[in-house]
Write a protein that binds this ligand. Structure first.
Ligand code: SAH
Ligand code: SF4
Length: 362
């Protein structure tokens, strides 16, 4: 057991180097990602000796669900144990439920997004974030990232052909684990695997500007979301200590260099904290800061937890802030807490446009 590696760690080409003849890699991929095999012994078209060899060398599924909470809105939060017993969270978000016609036929398919973790803990140490409290333990391997989506598909009987969206917004800072993140992105994209294209994958980062550049140079076709949260460096450094090394300006410059699909926008996440960054002056600065970027802003309610140092803003404040941005030409949505009754420490909140009917901010 100890020396086994995780078979989900490998791209199809890498696996073809390890399993001979090479075409077996495609077959094994099919068993793992399409037929949801639970054991190498189920892989009937693989010779018995090879199956035994695979079983000796590899772990097939590195995750065990140790806790599962389902919210009223369909969100399911998982706590998974890794092979070394450490735990991480992943969340299945039902973005749009399936719609049925009069005759019971599916007229519109359900849309799912999986929020995945990339590290056990996090080094960045944001003062508003629950993950930061436990410090950093280790990076996830590519297979431990990929397995979160696979395990969730299997657990929910989601057909293999159903393409999911992925947001790297769970525990950890994805760009602080860039090599494994890049491999996971490639494995997700494999047509013989989960076939989740770059456009369906969004990497959320607290803003390691040099790594934003590196990710861009890899040309993987993924989207990025920037956790901005503040418009001046003083407050941003209070919220995200490593802003000292990667200040707002360096992030904006890196975003401008990032290869973005011309039809798409870069998402800026703005965590709204009562009395900290929720005033008109901040909104004004935000408009200015993003004025020459194809941006979209997502306002997030600060989600308090026991002992958290900040407070949640009122709905009215959020709506006022949003109104101001929209009236000044910025696209802006307010993220509705998805599964608020199960509270996501990974901070994943569903994006949903709100109707606005506010007044006094102009
Ligand atoms: N490390 C990456 C991705 C994981 S954090 C990043 O920071 O972008 C994912 C999101 O959860 C971030 O946008 C973060 O701001 C948000 N988040 C963290 N703590 C939160 C809280 N207490 N309330 C609401 N959102 C929170
Ligand atoms: Fe890490 Fe993101 Fe939490 Fe900051 S918000 S501590 S970067 S997981």
């Amino acid at each position: 057991m100890q020396n086994k590696t995780i078979i989900l760690d490998y791209t199809k080409d890498e696996l073809a180097e390890l399993i001979k003849p090479a075409f077996r890699a495609k077959q094994v991929y099919g068993w793992m990602y399409h037929k949801y095999a639970k054991h190498f012994d189920e892989m009937q078209n693989i010779p018995k000796t090879l199956r035994a060899e695979l079983d000796e060398k590899f772990i097939l599924m590195p995750l065990t669900a140790v806790q599962k909470e389902q919210s009223k809105d369909g969100t399911i939060k998982y706590l998974f144990a890794l092979p070394d017993g450490k735990t991480i969270e992943a969340v299945l978000l039902l973005m749009k439920p399936e719609e049925l016609g009069d005759d019971g036929e599916v007229t519109s398919e359900a849309k799912y997004t999986v929020c995945v973790s990339t590290q056990v803990g996090c080094k960045v140490g944001c003062t508003f974030c629950l993950t930061a409290k436990g410090g950093f333990t280790r990076n996830l391997t590519p297979g431990e990232i990929v397995a979160q989506v696979l395990a969730i598909k299997i657990d929910n009987n989601i057909p293999a052909a159903k393409r999911m969206n992925i947001v790297y917004m769970g525990m950890g800072e994805p760009l602080d684990n860039l090599d494994n993140l890049a491999t996971a992105i490639k494995i997700f994209k494999e047509e013989d695997g989960l076939a989740i294209g770059g456009k369906r994958q969004t990497v959320s980062t607290s803003g390691l500007s040099n790594k934003i550049d590196k990710l861009g140079q890899m040309d993987l076709g993924v989207h990025i979301a920037i956790s901005l949260h503040a418009v001046d460096d003083k407050l941003r450094t209070e919220l995200i200590p490593m802003n000292k090394a990667h200040n707002i300006n360096s992030i904006i410059e890196a975003v401008k260099r990032f290869p973005i699909d011309t039809r798409k926008r870069v998402m800026f996440e703005y965590l709204v904290i009562k009395g900290k960054n929720d005033d008109k002056e901040s909104a004004k600065k935000l408009v200015k800061l993003l004025s020459d970027i194809k941006a979209k802003v997502n306002l997030i309610f600060f989600n308090p937890y026991p002992g958290s140092p900040y407070e949640r803003p009122s709905v009215k404040t959020m709506v006022n802030f949003q109104e101001y941005l929209i009236n000044h030409g910025l696209l802006c949505t307010i993220r509705q807490s998805k599964g608020i009754d199960i509270s996501a420490a990974c901070g994943q909140l569903k994006e949903k446009e709100r109707e606005t009917d506010s007044d006094d901010w102009s």
